[in-house]
Design a protein. Sequence first.
Length: 249
Amino acid sequence: MWGAPFPAVAAVRPRRPTGSSRFGFGDLLPAPGEDLVATGGDLSPGTLLEAYRHGLFPMGLGGGGRGPIGWWSPDPRGVLRPERVHVSRSLARSLRRFEVRVDTAFDEVVAGCADPARPGAWITPRVADAYGRLHALGVAHSVEVWCDGELAGGLYGVLLGGLFAAESKFHRVRDASKAAVVALADLLRADGAAGRLVDVQWRTEHLATLGVEEVARASYLRMLGAALALPVPPVFAARPERPNDYDGG
């Protein structure tokens, strides 16, 4: 995740398997101001996609992100509206050093985000495998930042319609993760469609410098509904065999 506190609550209940998920996230009624909504369930593709469509995402409650699974819906929620991304003068200078690509090194980006040496590491092998399956299905994507032919940083997340649910980011070169956020915002607005949204889960001071803001959960859910109805941005809709480069222009 991009920053998180830790409370405690209820349990995700299995439902009759009539849809793609065995769990009924739409039945959950989170308390105002509570971020952790439920525990339990699994990380199958159907469960994950059902959760994102209802404004929830998973993160383990144990040390280092181990189980049990917690299902989170922060109140307030951190969001980035692509048209409001902020690029400082110093960041603009840094961007010139980088090359940005899409979906050419998904596993490497997840591995960079999962580095156990990072403070607050939470991505377990089980989590990495779950998002790898979503990537194989064309739903999870990486935005990668390269410098001198080496992976310098990046981010990954889940794309549903016009919603990009950002899961984690990392950098090995200064400003590389910021460059990934800026590139993501550019990609989401490149075709002129309004209303696309980046969910960053929790706002931090670091993310605020890029234009991330906080909205109440009720407002987020309204924005989510509108974003889900939008088309997937063209660069993510294609699944090319060769590298999909993005030059930031």
